[in-house]
Design a protein around this ligand. Structure first.
Ligand SMILES: NC(=O)c1ccc[n+]([C@@H]2O[C@H](COP(=O)([O-])OP(=O)(O)OC[C@H]3O[C@@H](n4cnc5c(N)ncnc54)[C@H](OP(=O)(O)O)[C@@H]3O)[C@@H](O)[C@H]2O)c1
Length: 233
């Protein structure tokens, strides 16, 4: 595919920043988003930025025009949040915020890009889910439900879009060093990881590069785990 153009949500920091830098290094043109683009601390000639709150209907609606002009053929649904608490202490608000951002957000942003991909009969949709969606995690009923939902959406959408040469996969990271896991990754957790270290955003970015490329042509509907061996089926 000539003219490879990728949208990365939540591209200003953490895993998203690693993904943006990885794609740029491979020669892709990238449109990266976050809630306020003044929070980007880097720039590049091949990078453009847009404000987008994936949990907010009017922000998503405004983003439609940007998508139409950019004409992406690759989408990385990376933006996500946690609001952890034990089940009985979890507020309705924390449940709804996490589902609305992590699951409904993926639905809404994917809807904006699919039409263009269908027309071109080529596309790559890569959703960043989590091992928490497959193995569960105490304190994360909202988060694991949202990520399991993303994996399920991935499989059904892959079946809908496969005949048009559009692949849909999710990547399920384990513990990756970012703001999200600050103060969370302790020795007890590291002991459970066969590779004995937390992951880095680059560990996710390298798989995104592969899934975005022609080399991954025959892979769709999968959840690929990148976790140092923490979760094995
Ligand atoms: N770190 C891990 O160990 C880990 C493990 C498994 C899965 N993941 C998943 O990987 C993805 C990235 O996580 P991370 O660790 O890089 O997290 P992070 O450092 O907390 O960054 C989160 C990113 O998501 C964006 N975001 C959050 N809510 C948003 C919203 N409503 N609208 C638009 N953008 C929003 C943030 O933008 P703002 O700056 O605007 O807030 C930020 O760019 C998430 O989906 C997360 O669930 C992470």
């Amino acid at each position: 595919m000539e003219n490879k153009k990728a949208i990365v949500t939540g591209g200003n920091r953490g895993i998203g920043k690693g993904i943006v830098l990885g794609l740029i290094e491979q020669g892709y043109t990238v449109l990266a988003t976050c809630r306020n683009i003044s929070n980007f601390d880097y720039s590049h000639a091949k990078l453009s930025l847009a404000n987008l709150d994936i949990s907010d209907a009017s922000s998503v609606e405004n983003f439609q025009k940007t998508v139409s002009e950019f004409e992406p053929n690759i989408l990385i649904n990376n933006a996500g949040i946690t609001k952890d608490n034990l089940f009985l202490r979890m507020s309705d608000e924390d449940w709804e915020n996490v589902i609305n951002t992590n699951l409904n957000g993926v639905f809404k942003i994917t809807k904006l890009v699919v039409k263009g991909m269908l027309k071109k009969r080529w596309g790559r949709i890569i959703n960043i889910s989590s091992v928490s969606g497959s193995m569960g995690n105490p304190g994360q009923t909202n988060y694991s439900a949202s990520k399991a939902g993303v994996d399920a959406l991935t499989r059904s959408l892959a079946k809908e879009l496969g005949s048009r040469n559009i692949t849909v996969n999710s990547i399920a990271p384990g513990f990756i060093e970012t703001d999200m896991t600050e103060g969370v990754i302790d020795q007890q957790i590291l002991d459970k990881i066969p590779l004995k270290r937390a992951g880095k955003p680059e560990d996710i970015a390298s798989l995104v590069n592969f899934l975005s490329s022609e080399e991954s042509n025959y892979i769709t509907g999968q959840t690929l785990v990148v976790d140092g061996g923490l979760f094995m089926k």
